[in-house]
Design a binder for this molecule. Structure first.
Ligand code: TGC
Ligand code: FAD
Length: 395
């Protein structure tokens, strides 16, 4: 090693600003335990699940044992962790695969959160303890086949019949739909949009899997079809205001987690690329010795570091009750774009090997094509920031 290279790797390449030192002891413990779980339980099997287009159901018990379902909710068997801990959980899970993080996001933020926030005491007692244990799996039905970006143009409707509600319509691209025991479904009523809990087995409900996905192949994605589905009045979420505010508030929780999660996917890609470029010899020197490669690696570290700091501050704002939807939009947009660009660039720098699932970047890149689309596309988040800056709604 000459003088020029002395001191190399003094910093953690995946945490250049020592963001870890800004975490509390508890937050670090959460991160370490989830990281261990991902190393031991997720990474050895995830490539096969991705190739086979199957969801690793056998992970559910372990995820529950670690307290990862509804981790930031209080009571009902939930762990009551803070925002950064929820973020770190998502980051470590998505270092494994976006599909595993999606599963936990949907269970926690899109199904348990609305029941916790807008449900009756009976609904909370009935569903949340079992969901925290992973004994009941949930999904969230907002998107419809004719256009997910504009959920207010909702065709699925619920009409009162006696003491019950009758649902008709369709939801599409629903994570966990085919494996869920219950769905939180948003439907148009005479008063506006309301939330309902629909249990598997209810007559008129069909939940087919969506096949032929080239993204999130280790996640289950399906549709929800409702044909005169009778939902008892007791299954309407009574505390939600009429309109989009309640479903959007759930999206805020999930988007927060995604902004952290995708950092893990980017880190996984960079970690593998650093090893690869150090050991691959081309033109008589390691690939990593080329300026053009180092500039691209430096770009990745810059983007990951920025995302880490942004998400940590977002978590601190969340815990102090000051986080706004526009701030979440900025983080979701910035971090998804950062991770997708990094995964694609890593794939390129692996050359032909980059198209093999034996290396992680292609799997992460394909997954991130969904992650940048769901929970609000990049454009939707850009327009949300535009509206925040100008006061003009351009949707
Ligand atoms: P807008 O006028 O903006 O808002 C209506 C009311 O809601 C309030 N609000 C929010 N509250 C909490 N969190 C948010 N993010 C909120 N955004 C808005 C707002 O203050 C207002 O309240 P009030 O009191 O004034 O009535 O409503 P809009 O119709 O203009 O919204 C437009 C837009 C485009 C932003 C919204 O429709 C949108 O976000 N579209 C994107 C839809 C989307 O993201 N769908 C995601 C489906 S779920 C999913 O993808 C799960 S993937 C899961 C996985 O596998 O991980
Ligand atoms: P569209 O809304 O049709 O958008 C098409 C294109 O038009 C996009 O590029 C969009 O950015 C652009 N666009 C839209 N409006 C404008 C505008 N005003 N100006 C300029 N451009 C615009 N949904 C759920 O409810 N629950 C789930 O669990 C769930 N899981 C998902 C899992 C996966 C794998 C995927 C892929 C999606 C999932 N979704 C889920 C749906 C997801 O939220 C939607 O795909 C997303 O909101 C976009 O809706 P869309 O696909 O209908 O695209």
């Amino acid at each position: 090693m000459n003088d020029k290279t002395a001191g190399r790797r003094a910093l953690d390449p995946l945490d250049l600003y020592d963001v870890r030192s800004l975490l509390s002891e508890d937050e670090r413990m959460v991160q370490e335990s989830v990281a261990r779980f991902v190393d031991d339980q997720v990474l050895p099997k995830i490539q096969k699940h991705f190739e086979d287009h199957t969801f690793p159901r056998d992970l559910i018990g372990g995820l529950a044992d670690l307290g990862l379902f509804g981790s930031y909710l209080e009571g009902y068997g939930c762990a009551g962790m803070n925002a950064a801990s929820y973020g770190l959980i998502c980051q470590e899970l998505e270092r494994g695969d976006s599909g595993v993080r999606s599963f936990v996001s949907v269970q926690s933020s899109l199904c348990m959160f609305p029941i916790y926030t807008y449900g009756s005491d009976e609904q909370k007692e009935k569903y949340l303890p079992k969901m925290a244990k992973g004994e009941l799996i949930g999904c969230f039905g907002l998107t419809e086949p004719h256009g997910g970006s504009d959920p207010l143009n909702m065709k699925t409707h619920a009409k009162r019949r006696g003491g019950d509600w009758v649902l008709n319509g369709a939801k599409m691209w629903i994570t966990n739909a085919s494996i869920a025991d219950l769905a939180v479904v948003w439907a148009m009523t005479e008063e506006g949009v309301r939330g309902f809990i629909v249990e598997r087995g209810t007559r008129g409900l069909a939940t087919p899997e969506i096949e032929h996905k080239f993204s999130l192949r280790a996640s289950s994605t399906g549709s929800l079809f409702f044909e005169d589905v009778v939902v008892p009045a007791a299954n309407m979420l009574p505390k939600s205001t009429v309109g989009l505010k309640a479903p959007l508030s759930c999206l805020t929780q999930a988007r927060f987690g995604i902004s952290w999660g995708v950092i893990g996917a980017a880190q996984a890609c960079l970690a593998q690329l650093l090893e690869y470029t150090a050991s691959r010899i081309l033109f008589g020197r390691p690939l990593a010795a080329n300026q053009a490669i180092q500039i691209r690696l430096a770009e990745m570290a810059r983007k990951i570091t920025t995302a880490q700091l942004l998400s940590l501050q977002l978590a601190r704002l969340k815990d102090s009750g000051r986080m706004t939807p526009a701030q979440v939009s900025l983080a979701k947009w910035n971090n998804c774009r950062m991770a997708l660009d990094i995964a694609r660039d890593c794939r390129d720098m692996l050359g032909g090997a980059g198209i093999s699932a034996e290396f992680v970047p292609i799997r992460h890149a394909l997954n991130l094509e969904s992650v940048i689309t769901y929970e609000g596309t990049e454009t939707i988040h850009q327009l949300t920031i535009g509206r925040e800056l100008t006061g003009i709604n351009a949707f």
